[in-house]
Design a protein around this ligand. Structure first.
Ligand code: NAD
Ligand code: UDP
Length: 327
């Protein structure tokens, strides 16, 4: 059995990746410190003989017994509100945490795939974004803690590849959604769905003309799976190019959920990217991959998930209390 370590395994993407790798016959070691993750996302795996879980903060030395064939490094806060609340942990997990993962990969002679992001392009001046674009990031803005940690993560990964000959893969993930996102993580889909389900107005930031392109989780996982098994070590965009303005998206959610509430406008966060759409030419050519789930279908599945949360979970939507994790 091939053995794979997944960091961030109790998070949204990490838990879906764990499911997929187990289904493909791998032995999965999940690792997480729960800072933005949820025990609920891994409960279904805890009795599986192909799975073990280690609670650990990966900014500290990582120790794994036995061989490892692959590392999928997904640990990091991913929602703008999360990383604004825990900026130093965000910088540390992207830098120190990535360094530890790379060192572990080198020691075990394992191939490592790291989760990068469309945020490396910042507020992009090139549209749609191709992998060649260097980006437009404000290093000292509030989002800089995430964007620069991810840019550093890419640099140190390429350095390990070039200097140590480590087998590395870099996925630049564009806004991905689906079941198991935290309802209170502040990202736009759980935010709008939570508001619709609680009978609150939907908060659109700015005038809502900024755009995003949303990718359903199953498509994202498929792209990551193929990239890991490819022989390409430079970054690859994985996302769904179907772009929509946030205002139109709020209207779509109002229709889908049947809520009687309306849109209210709030201030646009500093450095909120005004447009985002992946150019996926490279992924199509290299991996023979493209997204299969359109937004209507993906949003329906996601709404089903949020609708089935308990009333307690629905109203526990104040932001997660991070105080236990600050060090
Ligand atoms: P998430 O917050 O649901 O998952 C992240 C997980 O990492 C959480 O379970 C958290 O507890 C864990 N974690 C954070 N710091 C840690 C540490 N120091 N030690 C151990 N575990 C730690 O977010 P997600 O959406 O699943 O994102 C996963 C990865 O994918 C992140 O690296 C994120 O930057 C990247 N990404 C996601 C998206 C997206 O749209 N979902 C887009 C771009 C990039
Ligand atoms: N957004 C919004 N209302 C919300 C949450 C987010 O209008 O309640 C906007 C946000 O300003 C951004 C877009 O939705 O333009 C996507 O935000 P998200 O936090 O999901 O991720 P981002 O792509 O900015 O990292």
């Amino acid at each position: 059995m091939k053995r794979v370590l997944i960091t961030g395994a109790a998070g949204f993407l990490g838990s879906h990746l764990s499911d997929r790798f187990i289904k493909e016959g791998y032995y999965v070691i999940g690792m997480d410190n729960f800072i933005t993750g949820d025990q609920k996302n891994i409960e279904h795996l805890l009795n599986n003989s192909s799975y073990e879980f280690i609670e650990h903060d990966i900014t500290k030395y990582i120790s794994i017994e036995g061989d490892l064939d692959y590392i999928l490094h997904f640990a990091s806060p991913a929602s703008p509100i999360d990383y604004l609340k825990i900026p130093i942990q965000t910088l540390k997990v992207g830098s120190l945490g990535t360094h530890n993962c790379l060192g572990l990969a080198k020691a075990k002679n394992a191939r490592i795939l790291i989760a990068s992001t469309s945020e490396v392009y910042g507020d992009p001046l090139v549209h749609p974004q191709t992998e060649e674009y260097y980006g437009n990031v404000n290093t000292i803005g509030p989002r800089g803690v995430y964007d620069e940690a991810k840019r550093f993560q890419e640099s140190i990964t390429m350095a390990y590849h070039r200097f140590h000959g480590l087998e590395t893969r870099i996925v630049r993930i564009f806004n991905t959604y689906g079941p198991r996102m935290r309802l209170n993580d502040g990202r736009v889909i759980p935010a709008f769905m939570g508001q619709a389900l609680r009978g609150e107005d939907l908060t659109v930031f700015g005038d809502g003309s900024q755009t995003r392109s949303f990718c359903y989780v199953d498509d994202q996982v498929e792209g990551i799976f193929r990239l890991l098994h490819s022989d390409y070590s430079k970054p690859v965009n994985i996302g769904n190019p179907h772009e929509i303005s946030i205002k139109d998206f709020a209207e779509e959610i109002i229709k889908l959920t049947g809520t009687k509430q309306k849109i209210v406008y709030k201030e646009l966060p500093v450095n909120d990217p005004m447009q985002r759409q992946p150019d996926i030419t490279l992924a199509k050519k290299l991996l023979n991959w493209e997204p299969k789930v359109d937004r209507a279908e993906g949003m329906k599945k996601t709404f089903e998930y949020f609708k089935n949360l308990t009333q307690e979970e629905l109203y526990k939507s104040e932001h997660k209390d991070f105080s236990d994790y600050i060090n």
